[in-house]
Design a protein around this ligand. Sequence first.
Ligand SMILES: [Zn+2]
Length: 223
Amino acid sequence: MVNVRIYPLALAKILKHSASFSGIEVAGVLIGKLSGNVIEISDSDTGPQIGTSGHVKLAPTVAPLIAEKIEKQGRGEYIVGWYHSHPGFGCFLSSIDVETQVGLQKMFSQCVALVVDPHDYIMSGRPSDAEVKMFQVQEDKVVSLEYEVLLEKDKLIRNLIDYLERGEEPYSTALDRIRLEVYEWNRKLEEKVNVATEGIEQIREELKSISNILKQDKQPSKV
Ligand SMILES: [Zn+2]
C-alpha cells in the first residue's frame, strides 16, 4: 500500500537543496495535503537554518512564515511534514529526529519525516542515486513509509505551471546562493592562511641558516 505520493517538483527542490551543501545537513518543510489516506507532497520550502555535518535546526520563524504563505495561495494545502539531509550517512531517524517527529505528530498525526542522503547523487549526477526515505513514528516505533513519485503527466505539468506562475524565486535558492558565497570566502581565506603559514615557515628557515652563518663567522679563524 502506498502511504505517500510525492511530486517531482518537491523532490527536485529537496535534492537540489541537499546537494548544494554536501557536507552539512539541511532542512525544510513538505507542503501538500491528505488525499483519503494518502499524503500527497506537492512542494517543499525552507528558510534560515543552522546546519553542521550531523545536525540541523530551522529558525523557529520558518514554518509559521511558510504556513502563512501557503494559506494565502488558497490551494487547500498545508505543511504535511519536514525534510532533512544526512549527507553521506544514510537515511534513518536519529534519536533527536524521533523526538522532533513525535512532537510534530502530536500537532499533525500524519506528519511525514523525509530523510535524504544526496551523496551518491552528487557523485554520479543521477537523481535516482540519491537515497530518499520517509518515516513516521507509530506506537513508539519508527516505520518506513512506502512512497511513489507521482508521474501523471497532466498533474506534473499543472504543478510546474503553478510553480512558474507564482514567479517568485524560491527562498531556498536565494539562501543557497548566500551560503555558497560564505563557503567560498571561507575556502579562499583558508588558502590565504595556508600560503601565509608556508611563507612564515620559509622565513623562519632562512633566519635559522643566517644565524648559523653568523655564528660560524664569529668563531675565531684557525688559519
Ligand atoms: Zn537526522
